[in-house]
Design a protein. Sequence first.
Length: 544
Amino acid sequence: MIKFKTETFIFSLFLLFILFFSNVHISAQERSSNTVFLKESVEFLASDSLKGRFPGTVEDSLAAYYIAAKMEEIGLVPLIGDSFVIPFNLTLYRHSMSDSYVKINNRELIVDKDYSISPLSPTLHLKGQISLDTSIAYAKDKIILIRSPKDSINFKITPLIEKGFSAVLFYDETSFVPYTNLKGSQSAIPIIMISTKYANYLTKNISLLCEINSNTQPVLARTYNIAGVTPSKKGKYIMAGAHYDHLGMGGKDSGSMEPDSNKIHPGADDNASGVSAILEIGRLLNLDLNEINNQKSYGYDIAISAFGAEERGLVGSSILADSLMKLNRLPTLMINLDMVGRLKDNKLQAGGAGTFHGADSLLAESNKRDGFDLIITREGMGPSDHSSFYSKKVPVLYFTTGVHKQYHTSADNISFINFEGLKSVTDYVVSIVKSVNSSSFTPLYNYVEQQVSSHDKSNLKVTLGLIPDFTYEKGDGFKIGPVAQGRPAYNAGLKEGDLIIMIGSKKINNIYDYMASLAYFKKDQKIQIVIIREQTELIKVVNL
């Protein structure tokens, strides 16, 4: 049974009640110092009460409704539909259910002592004879026993599947640590870790009968994108966006730099700082747009978006970009702010300068007042939410004050935030948007090839030139994310959203199968790839 984390609307309503009575002063003070509003938002989002804003939690819901309330306060209207809050579901992790079991010659093993089923295993029941021979040509209905470190077992499954093995038992002589909840692509066959003690017994008693009942299920959570736009209905708009989620209490599967800790990760810089900046950008630009003498000079509305589940793989921004593309309402320019609260020595990183014509002069002209020491990069792809829009051929800019020692730790708190620096970054982005509007400038999309270091190139055999869709975990294929122009996948007509199910004669169930299959091919070979696109099976020939 698929489980959902409970969303508590009572808390959200309570929050709105608090906001109504605590922030009625805003309209009267809306032209006061920007730092007042910037600090207010960072303090709330990075407070201990929000426990790190992990997707799917009550605290995540509170953060989303707080941001929505702020958007309404500054005079915006919903970007999509009639609500600022746009919910979506994601898989938090998979886990093994209590009715799973492993039996050897009808003797049931003890869970977490003799064996542990990987949560990435499929749900099925099977029986088979245990084999130690990985070289046999035909292994139908056999279960292989191998030795392997736990952290590399997923990469060893594909060739065993190709030989016909129906399940894998493995042991690690150094340790036996039972599986807990896991996030990742589902395997095509069960993966079961057994204790070294039991492995020794099996190697001395070959050809035993093994029965496996694997019942693994995803645990889903509801989280949100929050998006608003200025109400003048000009049609075209510029978007300023920032992700609002963070790592919760940390832990091994969270991305924390303190994997063994169980402390609140406040995420003040990452990315309460970015959210506070876009809220202030929205407030200032909406005020400016409402001035009578500016209404005609503004060619674009201003949208601001707070994305959910960025730390889980750009999930929220990918979903919002997909939705806007289907509605034919993608922004003319997307500006992403991710970690902009730690300005030091006036150094600001500005990415995306190659993604549209005129970006360099725009960045330079708007920088005349603040005089940032700009560190400019040209690419439109990267590990943040602007990538979701650039892959849809939207020009992007990306701002950050950089990574620091407190990144993804419990120490990323408000005491380190440089609010005067955050104000400067906010004003700089406002200046950029005003400059685009006042000059009737239309950012025209430009493709920038991703740079690959010489070290990386030396380790590559063949690549298709695409990025996986890391959010796809069904185990029935490899879903394609953004595709690089001029590379083999693009030249063969593969597109973002295609599901690869075969490469050559090899069945593809997940990212591990995809990576393993490419090891069989060489540069300049032609390979046949079977994909599913909009429920239709297609064959593409790719020249590597």
